[in-house]
Design a protein. Sequence first.
Length: 139
Amino acid sequence: MIQGSFVFLFSFLVAVNVSIYTFLLSLPIMLLITFGMVSIGLTLASLMESLESFGVIQTFVNLPLFFLSGALFPLSSFPRWLGWVSVIDPLTYGVDALRITILKGAWTPFLPLYYDLLVLVAFDAAMILVGTVIFGRTR
């Protein structure tokens, strides 16, 4: 979330005018994304026996989530089968929500903002529950 906030400082370099209002609207969305990703990390860490294996597994999970979210490439350019995979990626909805908030009319949304937020909240709740249960069972 801190890294995302720093990106706003340099948004002028890519000709995106970000007002303080837009920044404040984006913070809750970034927080929802953060909760989900941290919960995935907590769940994986609870299952690992060594710190070294956690880093490898966490990277193995986070990078595909990031690449399939549409953050780097538009979802419309994905092959059909890969598009279906991106639909189950929760980060897809976070990226879409941030783009709707920041780019406003310059972005054609994947889904309406309320749907993106609903998916993020549901994913966060599920992952927090799973992470808590699994973490509670570790020795």
